[in-house]
Design a protein around this ligand. Structure first.
Ligand SMILES: [Zn+2]
Length: 245
């Protein structure tokens, strides 16, 4: 089941076939299989977003090879899957959330030659080549451009001045951003003067979980303290740190 504007599209086993049901319970039936689903989706797009459907039909009339990607692009657009770029990524023009709805998004990246690339598998396999002027936003050159449904969705958004979905990109949690550098051992930054020692040096040897440190682990424990200014949480943590050094 999916939603396009006021339409709900689903496979009705009683028919059997794909149906598009509008908000006033008006119901349109289509065939079964992938074609039925495709026809139901295109019907809903045409009814609910005529401006988007017209732009796609125009493109597909001139470039029939673009058809499946172009309609998929229309769906991505109206579902709000074209996202603002991450402001800290200067090469990024936009992100487009995957159609599978798994919250993965592909990055559209500005290339040195002025074109855009996408990080999706279709683009990486070569995607769809169209002449630059075929693009909806009036491509300026005669060079061939490589496209995928994500790039088409982005071009369609620009062409129609369609609002893209604003996302606030979460910065990495400090522990996660340290994880790469310290290979998973989250530690506090240690200044050479050690002015912010968190564990007094005369404190009894004890793990963060309250268990005492065994005598044969004391040297590792002291090294850990000197390096991180923190107690290891447990013996297991200490030993995995010591092994990884
Ligand atoms: Zn793509």
């Amino acid at each position: 089941m999916k939603h396009i504007g006021p339409f709900t599209i689903w496979f009705d086993t009683a028919v059997p076939g794909w149906v598009a049901v509008g908000d006033k319970q008006q119901r349109e039936g289509f065939g079964s299989g992938a074609k039925g689903e495709r026809d139901a989706t295109r019907y809903a797009l045409q009814e609910a977003f005529p401006q988007v459907a017209a732009a796609i039909s125009h493109l597909c009339t001139r470039y029939p090879e673009a058809t499946s990607r172009a309609w998929a692009a229309a769906e991505l657009l109206v579902l709000g899957h074209v996202l603002t770029p991450d402001p800290v990524e200067p090469d990024e023009a936009a992100r487009v959330r995957s159609q599978r709805g798994n919250n993965h998004s592909y990055r559209l990246l500005r290339q040195p030659d002025g074109t855009l690339s996408c990080t999706c598998p279709d683009y990486e396999r070569g995607g769809l080549a169209l002449p630059g002027q075929a693009l909806l936003s009036g491509g300026q050159s005669t060079q061939q451009l490589l496209l995928c449904k994500h790039l088409l969705a982005y071009r369609l958004a620009s062409h129609l001045q369609w609002p893209v979905t604003k996302v606030t990109h979460q910065p990495l949690h400090p522990k996660r951003s340290h994880a790469g550098r310290f290979r998973g051992r989250a530690v506090t930054a240690v200044g050479t003067r050690q002015t912010h020692q968190l564990v007094p040096s005369n404190a009894s040897a004890q793990y963060g979980n309250g268990k005492p440190v065994e005598t044969n682990h004391l040297s590792h424990y002291r090294a850990y303290l000197a390096y991180t200014q923190q107690r290891p949480f447990s013996q297991e943590k200490l030993l995995s740190w010591a092994v990884g050094r």
